[in-house]
Write a protein that binds this ligand. Structure first.
Ligand code: NAD
Ligand code: ZN
Length: 342
């Protein structure tokens, strides 16, 4: 089968002919149809310090996928050949304190699909069936392919109630944009998005956010004034990993505001702790997706009319992966899909 492989400890990814994966008794073999490209895949391709520390070669990369079950291991129940599925990319240990308590998102010993074990950028992936999520037949394949990052967005956007609230999203990458759409769907009043990329701000506007702001050109205080907001944002989603964005966020929150923080800073940075304390701001880190409450929420949001497909801006055949990776690296894109169906 074809697989996009990190075969050498050096920059690059290579399409190789590799054997189909063996299927364990508790695993399903999935024929991959579409995959989404994530920042993690770029780190592995670039072979940066993070990748060197976390990845052992050879590795089939990729973790965002949708496909059809082709075969089930002997112990698999609840799934049938032909089911349309995506996979939760975190394989939890099942034995640590949090796993035992049912808080699987907090597992202390997680394996990661496409990072610490073979991934989904291939014609087939074998994965524990208990990590699969079945889609209804009505869902679009491209939408289903990005349930992993959509899950990050939903996990963030449901961390705090947003009904009637004013929401600030810092970072209009694919995940920030999807979180903005979820906040809208969930009944927020104003959803203001910041970014420093014109392409991404324009995409945010096309998605119908209340305002898309470049904080270097326009102040958030002015934006708030045009919206007749006097006390600041009630809920923040930090989706950039950028220190300036977080500082800006904290300066424009109402007292008692809540911040859900998914963005991963590459370095530690300082914030104004005195202001944070005196305003009684809550800041909550968000990791991955709740297993499987977030998956349930994603499915019902789509079923109840949420359309995340406009976040997808580019589609490539799997064999055009090099061009697709270049587009993702350029930042002039929303979500980028690879098609493995033929
Ligand atoms: P992305 O890199 O595509 O988007 C980040 C955006 O932030 C970019 O559009 C960038 O222009 C913007 N940005 C940079 N500086 C800014 C500033 N000063 N103000 C406002 N915006 C600014 O990333 P993504 O794929 O959408 O992911 C969002 C973040 O979430 C990343 O930091 C990623 O590493 C992180 N992430 C975390 C988890 C988790 O489980 N916690 C999972 C996936 C991704
Ligand atoms: Zn565990």
């Amino acid at each position: 089968m074809r697989a996009l492989v990190k075969s050498d400890p050096s920059p690059g990814l290579w399409m190789k002919d590799v054997p189909e994966p063996a299927v364990g008794r508790d695993e399903a073999l999935v024929r991959v149809l579409r995959t989404g490209i994530c920042g993690t895949d770029l780190h592995i391709a670039a072979w940066d310090d993070w990748a060197k520390a976390h990845v052992a070669v050879p590795l089939v990369v990729g973790h965002e996928f949708v496909g059809r079950i082709e075969r089930c291991g002997d112990d698999v129940t609840g799934f049938e050949v032909g089911d349309l599925v995506s996979g939760e990319g975190h394989l939890v240990c099942g034995r640590c304190r949090n796993c035992m308590a049912g808080r699987r998102v907090l597992c202390a010993r997680t394996e990661s699909v496409g990072v610490t074990r073979d991934g989904a950028f291939a014609d087939y992936i074998a994965i524990r069936a208990s990590n699969l999520w079945r889609h209804p037949g009505t869902i679009g394949l491209d939408t289903a392919a990005i349930f992993d990052p959509f899950g990050n967005a939903v996990h963030t956007a449901t961390a705090f109630p947003v009904l009637g609230e004013d929401v600030l999203v810092t970072g209009a990458g694919p995940i920030g944009l999807m979180a903005a759409l979820v906040a809208r769907h969930a009944g927020a009043r104003h959803v203001v998005v910041t970014d420093v990329s014109d392409y991404r701000l324009e995409l945010a506007r096309r998605l119908g956010v209340t305002r898309a702001v470049d904080p270097r050109r326009e102040s958030l205080a002015d934006t708030m004034a045009t919206l007749s907001m006097s006390e600041g944002f009630d809920v923040g989603f930090e989706m950039s990993g950028n220190a300036d964005a977080m500082g800006q966020m904290l300066r424009h929150l109402s007292h008692g505001a809540k911040v859900a923080m998914l963005g991963l800073p590459s370095e530690p940075y300082a914030i104004d702790w005195a202001e944070t304390v005196m305003n009684m701001t809550t800041i909550r880190g968000i990791y991955g997706r709740q297993m499987f409450e977030t998956w349930y929420e994603m499915s019902v949001f789509i079923e109840s009319g949420l359309d995340i497909s406009p976040v997808i801006t580019h589609r490539f055949k799997a064999d055009e992966y090099a061009e697709a990776l270049d587009v993702v690296a350029s930042g002039r894109c929303g979500k980028v899909i690879l098609d493995w169906s033929d």
